[in-house]
Design a protein around this ligand. Structure first.
Ligand SMILES: Cc1cc2nc3c(=O)[nH]c(=O)nc-3n(C[C@H](O)[C@H](O)[C@H](O)COP(=O)(O)O)c2cc1C
Length: 186
């Protein structure tokens, strides 16, 4: 799975006013109705116990300048210096807010399934906050990186030949004729 690139999140759970955080990339959406998401979490990590006590958790989607935060939230340092977490005042749901993230998804526990040495935590989304503009942090092959968009030329052709009005899903983009690799106009 190391070759499968993912975004990077920090999961938080608030217990007795203390925010417990952990880096996770095994996070995905599950259902639209009801809105459900999933996080696969080590059954033995400390954060797992915090999530159980809190009855819910938040998923913070990291921006590409937050690799250091991702590293730190996967290290033991965070247990010793919890005040280094870049916390903002809590959201309306009482869930934690982290500075500089692209989006935050607050969930209440909907279901939990043991799966080997991990637990699958299904969360029902209770609030979504889209925060700053920016590009997502990406993780693959045990390395952090950035997102490099490409647009297949077939997609561009489909937009041009369609016989009904199609809104360009990529406004502001141009596609070099030969390479099919998109660049941002202007
Ligand atoms: C990029 C990245 C992604 C990670 N994704 C997960 C994950 O999806 N699930 C998980 O249980 N641990 C994941 N980890 C490891 C945990 O962050 C780390 O083991 C955990 O913070 C240790 O937990 P504890 O100190 O609370 O026991 C990831 C680590 C990194 C660096």
């Amino acid at each position: 799975m190391g070759r499968f690139a993912t975004g990077v999140t920090v999961l938080t759970a608030v217990v007795d006013g203390r925010v417990h955080a952990m880096t996770a990339n095994a996070v995905t959406s599950v259902s639209l109705d009801p809105p459900l998401v999933l996080a696969s979490v080590s059954a033995h990590c400390q954060w797992r116990f915090a999530a159980r006590a809190a009855g819910g958790y938040s998923i913070h989607v990291l921006a590409d300048d937050q690799a250091e935060l991702a590293r730190w939230c996967a290290s033991a340092e965070r247990h010793e210096q919890p005040d280094r977490l870049p916390l903002l005042p809590c959201g309306s749901t009482g869930h934690a807010r982290l500075a500089g993230v692209l989006a935050t998804i607050d969930c209440r526990t909907y279901a939990e399934y043991p799966a080997g040495d991990h637990d699958l935590l299904i969360g029902e989304v209770v609030a979504v906050e889209v925060s700053v503009d920016g590009e997502p942090l990406v993780f693959a092959e045990r390395r952090f990186g950035g997102f490099r968009p490409t647009v297949l030329s077939a997609v561009r052709d489909a937009i041009v030949v369609a016989d009904f009005p199609v809104e360009d899903p990529f406004p502001g983009w141009t596609t070099p004729v030969d390479s099919g690799v998109a660049t941002v106009a202007g």
